[in-house]
Design a protein around this ligand. Structure first.
Ligand SMILES: Nc1ncnc2c1ncn2[C@@H]1O[C@H](COP(=O)(O)OP(=O)(O)O)[C@@H](O)[C@H]1O
Ligand SMILES: Cc1ncsc1CCOP(=O)(O)O
Ligand SMILES: [Mg+2]
Length: 262
């Protein structure tokens, strides 16, 4: 059975809090999406900082409102820096989010992802193939892209949430967000969102921002997914291909307002 859609008023509440607090998000993300991720956070009203040196990362994560760990271009040095940042974040109760890019097919990042899972992420955001792989189930995946359907990965997302205590968001044509017991679905967006690089990675950064907000973490993570779906859909209407989508998407995130979301 499809979970209920996140009610509009829940997304509105999260947007108000996001704009009031403007969370500072410590991003440890991949080389491909640094600038896009920073621009998405700024456009929506949060504040990015990409701090990656191990000693600085451990110093910075306790100061930030949230930490993003994205394994898209993982190296041994980055793994060490990420672990240092995660441990420091946990000591200061800073929520951290895992984006398990292309987990499953590649051994080094898969080992790291499992090591990180034991360190209690507040949320995990991935495409369907990534969530299936992380949950130890048979999955497809083609490089960083999913070949599985998000709804088919919902049981794996629920199992992963119960196992780790994280909110798990599995994205695709519809997004599903679960704490293992309760789940929301989020609709919107469009296929053009998969024809530019970094929408998933940037969503994970927005998820991190929303994990720092007061109230229900399940609802706040679902709201993050709703912001991106909604802005994506608006941007698709206003653009004619990937090139014009990106500026339209940033404009739509900047212009998100409660009235439209509700
Ligand atoms: N077929 C689709 N239709 C509408 N939105 C989509 C579709 N596929 C992905 N999205 C949206 O694109 C963004 C990135 O999701 P996804 O492609 O699943 O992640 P990733 O980029 O990590 O593979 C999310 O906001 C998701 O909801
Ligand atoms: C193409 C690519 N290669 C390594 S990380 C990365 C970016 C993936 O971005 P997203 O998961 O948001 O599509
Ligand atoms: Mg991804």
């Amino acid at each position: 059975m499809q979970p209920d859609l996140l009610p509009g008023h829940r997304a509105v509440l999260s947007l108000q809090q996001l704009r009031n607090i403007s969370p500072l998000v410590h991003c440890m993300t991949n080389d491909v999406v640094q600038s896009f991720t920073a621009n998405v956070l700024l456009a929506i009203g949060a504040a990015p900082a990409m701090v990656i040196e191990a000693q600085e990362a451990a110093q910075f994560s306790p100061v930030a409102h949230a930490l993003l760990v994205n394994i898209g271009t993982l190296t041994a040095d980055r793994r060490d820096a990420m672990l240092a940042a995660i441990h420091a974040a946990n000591e200061s109760a800073t929520p951290w989010v895992l984006d398990p890019v292309a987990v499953g097919g590649l051994t080094f990042r898969t080992q790291f992802a499992h090591q990180a899972l034991a360190l209690k992420p507040a949320a995990i955001r991935g495409n369907a193939s990534e969530i299936l792989a992380l949950a130890g189930e048979h999955s497809g995946g083609r490089g960083v892209d999913s070949t599985d359907d998000a709804f088919s990965a919902l049981p794996a997302a629920q199992a992963l949430a119960r196992l780790t205590g994280a909110i798990v968001a599995v994205t695709g044509e519809r997004d599903y967000i679960t704490d293992g017991e309760n789940s929301w679905s989020v609709s919107g967006g469009g296929i053009l969102m998969t024809r530019v690089v970094g929408t998933g990675c940037a969503l994970s950064a927005v998820v991190a921002a929303c994990c720092s907000l007061p109230g229900s973490r399940l609802d706040n993570v679902a709201a993050a997914c709703q912001f991106m779906k909604f802005a994506g859909q608006q941007a698709i209407s206003a653009s004619c291909g990937p090139g014009s989508f990106i500026p339209a998407f940033l404009d739509a995130l900047y212009g998100l307002n409660g009235e439209a979301l509700a």
